[in-house]
Design a protein around this ligand. Sequence first.
Ligand SMILES: [Zn+2]
Length: 64
Amino acid sequence: MNQSILCPICEKRKPEAEFKPFCSKRCADVDLSRWLSDGYVISGSESEDADDTPSGDPVQRGDD
Ligand SMILES: [Zn+2]
Protein backbone atom coordinates (compact mmCIF):
# COMPACT_ATOMS: atom_id res chain seq x y z
CA MET A 1 0.00 0.00 0.00
CA ASN A 2 1.29 3.37 -0.95
CA GLN A 3 -1.35 5.52 0.59
CA SER A 4 -0.40 9.12 0.90
CA ILE A 5 -0.90 10.63 4.31
CA LEU A 6 -3.19 13.60 4.41
CA CYS A 7 -4.05 16.11 7.05
CA PRO A 8 -6.46 14.39 9.48
CA ILE A 9 -8.58 17.53 9.71
CA CYS A 10 -9.31 18.59 6.17
CA GLU A 11 -8.10 15.33 4.62
CA LYS A 12 -7.23 17.22 1.48
CA ARG A 13 -3.72 18.45 1.89
CA LYS A 14 -0.47 16.89 2.91
CA PRO A 15 0.88 17.74 6.33
CA GLU A 16 3.41 20.49 6.58
CA ALA A 17 6.48 19.75 8.60
CA GLU A 18 5.89 22.83 10.67
CA PHE A 19 2.38 21.82 11.65
CA LYS A 20 2.64 18.05 11.54
CA PRO A 21 0.46 16.13 11.36
CA PHE A 22 -1.65 18.98 10.12
CA CYS A 23 -1.38 20.91 6.88
CA SER A 24 -1.65 24.30 8.46
CA LYS A 25 -2.00 26.13 11.71
CA ARG A 26 -5.68 26.47 11.02
CA CYS A 27 -6.19 22.74 10.97
CA ALA A 28 -4.06 22.45 14.08
CA ASP A 29 -6.35 24.93 15.77
CA VAL A 30 -9.37 22.95 14.66
CA ASP A 31 -7.91 19.87 16.26
CA LEU A 32 -7.20 21.82 19.41
CA SER A 33 -10.77 23.08 19.49
CA ARG A 34 -11.98 19.51 19.27
CA TRP A 35 -9.90 18.61 22.24
CA LEU A 36 -11.24 21.55 24.19
CA SER A 37 -14.84 20.84 23.30
CA ASP A 38 -14.25 17.24 24.27
CA GLY A 39 -13.71 18.31 27.84
CA TYR A 40 -9.97 18.50 27.74
CA VAL A 41 -9.07 21.67 29.58
CA ILE A 42 -5.62 23.10 29.47
CA SER A 43 -4.91 25.00 32.63
CA GLY A 44 -1.78 26.38 34.14
CA SER A 45 -1.88 24.04 37.08
CA GLU A 46 -1.91 20.28 37.35
CA SER A 47 -4.52 20.22 40.05
CA GLU A 48 -7.43 18.17 38.78
CA ASP A 49 -8.85 17.24 42.15
CA ALA A 50 -12.07 19.11 41.48
CA ASP A 51 -13.64 16.28 39.59
CA ASP A 52 -16.64 16.16 41.87
CA THR A 53 -18.06 19.26 40.23
CA PRO A 54 -20.83 18.45 37.78
CA SER A 55 -19.92 18.89 34.16
CA GLY A 56 -21.64 21.72 32.35
CA ASP A 57 -20.13 24.49 34.38
CA PRO A 58 -16.66 25.14 32.99
CA VAL A 59 -16.10 28.10 35.24
CA GLN A 60 -13.50 27.31 37.81
CA ARG A 61 -12.32 29.94 40.18
CA GLY A 62 -8.88 29.48 41.57
CA ASP A 63 -7.99 30.45 45.05
CA ASP A 64 -6.70 33.94 44.80
ZN1 LIG B 1 -5.68 20.41 6.89
